[in-house]
Design a binder for this molecule. Structure first.
Ligand code: ADP
Ligand code: MG
Length: 449
């Protein structure tokens, strides 16, 4: 029997349960099924290292699961994907895809996603505080709590943490967590099986309802409709609702106006992209945790700082990098130097290298110095405009790979010697003028965030 992608989909899902969410997203998710011939299953991998690791650690499980799915496989091979798919998992599917078969409408909780393990920093402190409050299970003060932010910033983590806290603070409450996708799935299933009454009853008996990634139901009209009714019924009964989305309610396209306004009627808090300090804090926490079980991990100075600098804002990518690094460390059995880390994580680092554009730099710098963008690019030469312009030129040289003539063209067609002069001027001032060096540092961080 030919192994289809569908079968691999099944096997993957089972692996998710056996290997754990972290292993799954680090090792299994990057595998792309290629083909199955003569009992040899071939997968495409982004790096040799991942292939080696999977072969050592998961090959038997994979073979076993395939065997159980009536597709015996004698060997597993890996070849390098040409256009390396990034080991960057998509949405937060890892916990949610495991569908429970019981009557309860919720998805299982990941026991590791607790407040204890949530590192708090400037970008997420408000969301964290609000989530903590809801987790206390006191009187419902903001309803709904709407958490939003980009992928991998901790929305799902906070929701699970709330559920864990509630299970202690209010064991009497019926807390249900599920993704909007699962909500739809259950709704459609109820329609198909003509069990809408049951569906309504079950959802209306919930005390705390958490719906993750609500943007998923945008454009799905009957699901939205049902969601709206469920929502209203629960709010009317003063039950707590917690919703997450990838952007602010008002900005979700194809979401009915009345739902948007309902979502805005409680407390709306956003998780900002992580900054360097938060990333470093998260890395340190994970390393400490890992060290308690594997005392022999030795990381050279600067490795974590380097990762915090270079890896994008998505915490899941950061974790994936660390998991791989830990595995690598245990494999090579010696100190992980910066160079080894760079090697082992080359694909992730490459994918994370955010391309900063001159345009962004010009915008940020104009904003910072409160001048018009048109003046940044225009011909006027007074000091109040020339200095910010030079700062922008300097940052363009530092943070992009553009040449001096290219930079000149982006600044209203100036000559490359003008750019060079500007860059030198700022280099000089940086040493002498602490205001300028502070500005540069601030701008660089804002652009790299
Ligand atoms: P989202 O739902 O916003 O896409 P998740 O909650 O799934 O993101 O977070 C992605 C991963 O990053 C999870 O493994 C989570 O535990 C971790 N994570 C996110 N933010 C933090 C944080 N502040 N401290 C520790 N781990 C975090
Ligand atoms: Mg999520």
């Amino acid at each position: 029997m030919k192994m289809t992608n569908e079968l691999w989909g099944q096997v993957r899902q089972q692996l998710q349960e056996t290997v754990g969410a972290n292993n799954y997203s680090t090792w299994i998710e990057p595998l792309e099924f290629s083909d199955l011939r003569d009992g040899v299953a071939t997968f495409l991998v982004p790096t040799h290292f991942i292939g080696d690791w999977v072969r050592r650690n998961f090959a038997d499980q994979i073979k076993h699961l395939m065997h159980s799915a009536a597709t015996p496989v004698s060997r597993i091979e890996f070849s390098l994907a040409k256009r390396a798919p990034v080991a960057q998992p998509k949405a937060s599917k890892q916990i949610e895809t495991a569908q429970d078969k019981t009557e309860l409408p919720g998805a299982p909780l990941d026991r590791r996603l607790t407040f204890d393990r949530f590192v708090v920093g400037k970008p997420n402190e408000l969301a964290h505080a609000a989530a903590k409050r809801v987790g206390e299970g006191g009187t419902v003060t903001f309803n709904p709590l709407f958490l939003y932010g980009g992928v991998g910033l901790g929305k799902t983590h906070l929701m699970h943490a709330i559920a864990h806290d509630l299970s202690i603070s209010r064991p009497d409450l019926n807390v249900v967590y599920l993704s909007a996708e699962q909500f739809m799935y259950r709704f459609v299933q109820a329609l198909r099986e003509r069990k809408m009454m049951d569906f309504k009853e079950v959802f209306r008996s919930v005390d705390v309802l958490m719906v993750d990634d609500v943007q998923f139901i945008a454009g799905k009209d009957s699901t939205q409709e049902e969601f709206f009714h469920t929502f209203n019924a629960l709010v009317d009964m003063n039950k707590q609702i917690i919703i997450s989305g990838d952007r602010a309610p008002g900005e979700i396209k194809n979401l009915e106006e009345r739902i948007k306004s309902r979502l805005q009627s409680g407390l709306v808090v956003d998780l900002h992209p992580t900054d360097y300090e938060l990333r470093l804090g998260i890395l340190q926490q994970k390393v400490d945790k890992y060290r308690t079980e594997n005392s022999d991990l030795v990381l050279a100075d600067g490795v974590l700082e380097f990762l915090a600098h270079r890896i994008s804002t998505n915490v899941r990518v950061l974790e994936g990098a660390l998991t791989r690094l830990f595995a690598f460390a245990s494999l090579v059995g010696r100190e992980i130097t910066l160079e080894l880390a760079q090697d082992c994580l080359a694909d992730i680092l490459r994918a994370s290298a955010r391309k900063i554009t001159i345009d962004e730099i010009q915008r940020k710098v104009s904003e910072h110095y409160n001048i018009r963008l048109s003046d940044m690019i225009g011909p006027r030469r007074m000091r109040t405009l020339a200095r910010p312009r030079q700062v922008a030129m300097y940052l363009s040289k530092q943070l992009t790979s553009r040449s001096l003539p290219e930079i000149g063209r982006s600044f209203g067609g100036r000559d490359h010697t003008t750019v060079m002069h500007g860059v030198r001027k700022i280099e000089e001032l940086k040493m002498l003028d602490s205001q300028i060096s502070d500005d540069l540092e601030l701008l660089r961080r804002a652009l790299e965030a």
